[in-house]
Ligand binder design. Structure first.
Ligand code: ARG
Length: 263
């Protein structure tokens, strides 16, 4: 498994585009570097390859590579960010994918519809769970039909604290996922429960980003302070690694957001 990450060289809270971000609640740089490095080293021990994209000054959220694109069959479906603060990330990520042998597709760059990559589109076996409501537009999923067509499950997000699908839903294997149900509309909850087996993380753990985990085979790398979720996964036979993510939670992200699965 190959992963893309971006060092937090220029990472800080310089704007507020989700309810977690407060310019007054600034990042501790030394701690953020330590936390990122620890995550990087933990993933490196398990994944085949961890690639790095060059961080760009004035693009602090580039650390959250999950939002770069959605990758499928060596094609990078490049994000079309909703907020102007993140828009310039797209061409830097596009360059990285092009230089590294990926075909890139940049739908809707004239801004009809927004799409925030693997942050809102999560594969699970034969299914693609697509979160919309805050960042990605529902209509954009039409562009992804070439990938999964009838297997796209549309999920409407309703809680602004869980604005990306990967903040409240995490496929653990082909059949089982962890999630935070109150983040979804009732209809979407039902659609999800009809398709797969789920474990609901408690509210306090959801707020520690329990669902923002990186799953590599039987290994799960998840944020600290989520004991109930951790126990549940261990009982299911997974090996869980905890990483302190306090400085990234200040921007509304954690382990999974800081990574992009390349294949
Ligand atoms: N500050 C970033 C934003 O609001 C955090 C992105 C987190 N990424 C994710 N895939 N959930 O866009």
């Amino acid at each position: 498994m190959k992963i893309l990450m971006c060092e937090p060289k220029y990472y800080l809270i310089s704007y507020e585009i989700n309810p977690w971000m407060k310019i007054d609640n600034q990042v501790d740089h030394v701690l953020a570097h330590q936390q990122w490095k620890n995550l990087y080293e933990t993933i490196k021990k398990i994944a085949d390859d961890v690639h790095l994209v060059e961080p760009i000054e004035m693009l602090p959220d580039m650390v959250f590579t999950a939002n770069a694109a959605l990758i499928h069959n060596n094609i990078a479906y490049i994000s079309n960010f909703r907020f102007p603060e993140r828009k310039d990330e797209s061409h830097h990520f596009n360059d990285w994918f092009t230089n590294n042998g990926y075909q890139t597709i940049f739908y809707d760059k004239d801004h009809t519809y927004y799409f925030e990559g693997a942050g809102d589109a999560l594969f699970m076996g034969d299914l693609l769970f697509y979160g919309h409501g805050f960042r990605s537009d529902k209509e954009f999923h039409e562009n992804l039909k070439t990938i999964k067509n009838e297997h796209i499950i549309l999920c409407r997000l309703i809680d602004p604290y869980f604005y990306h699908m990967d903040t409240c839903f995490c496929p653990i294997d082909d059949k089982f996922a962890i999630w935070y149900p109150p983040a979804f509309s009732l209809e979407s909850r039902k659609a999800i429960e009809d398709k797969i087996e789920v474990f609901a993380v408690p509210e306090n753990e959801a707020k520690h980003f329990a669902c923002n985990a990186v799953v590599l085979g039987k290994h799960v790398i998840m944020p600290a302070n989520c004991p109930e979720t951790k126990n549940h996964l261990e009982h299911k036979g997974f090996t869980v690694f905890e990483c302190d993510m306090s400085e990234f939670i200040k921007a509304g992200g954690a382990c999974k957001c800081l990574t992009l699965l390349l294949d």
